[in-house]
Design a protein around this ligand. Sequence first.
Ligand code: AP5
Ligand code: ZN
Length: 216
Amino acid sequence: MNLILLGPPGAGKGTQAKRIVEKYGIPQISTGDMLRDAVAKGTELGKKAKEYMDKGELVPDEVVIGIVKERLMQPDCENGFILDGFPRTINQAEALDDILDEMNRKIDAVINIAVPDEEILKRIVYRRICKECGAVYNLIYSPPKVDGKCDKCGGDLYQRDDDKEETVKERLRVYREQTAPLIDYYSRKGSLQNVDGTKNIEEVWSQIVALLEGIK
Ligand code: AP5
Ligand code: ZN
């Protein structure tokens, strides 16, 4: 299965992508995680990306398209993949179409997780992530059992640099302007599947499993 997870910042894309990885055994390709990894390692790409990410703006298309293309060519993507956080502009979506054409592959479903702005702010501001394994928590909706520690591996939890309220507001503005038009783009192609992202994590997961079982 070749999947795209679409939705505003904090909609739950990463949370649901990790469940899809576990159940269906296909890799998660998160451009946000890949860019944060480059920032943490202090590579040239990371230094360039950080300037945009800290402001809540998008990293230039050509940079992101390049890293996704390289990732999709890896052997573990042969049986499918989940794109999480890509594409994010019409330009990126068109580039993805070209890459997949070259590879003789196509997208099976674009899962759009819809959540209103006021809910998003709460989700992001209370988000905490494990430094070691990347597990995602929320201090209100899915808190860790021990304060500041990951349930799965005991690693320390941290808050993302771009999860401050002001930056989140800018990310939402950028989403509306540059990413929301993709809903129409994929709807016209007939691949869009809407999921109600306001439900709790389990209920959102049930909706996703129901639609994935239908296309498997
Ligand atoms: P990225 O890392 O992709 O961030 P994002 O799209 O803003 O999405 P988030 O990771 O914030 O949210 P999510 O939907 O994964 O939610 P999560 O599952 O964590 O991008 C960061 C930056 O990188 C961008 O701003 C940009 O600069 C750059 N970038 C990345 N991709 C790019 C691209 N393609 N082009 C250009 N630039 C790019 O959940 C959020 C919280 O809510 C968690 O605490 C979770 O526990 C909780 N939660 C999840 N589901 C539920 C639920 N159903 N009910 C209650 N709580 C829930
Ligand atoms: Zn962990």
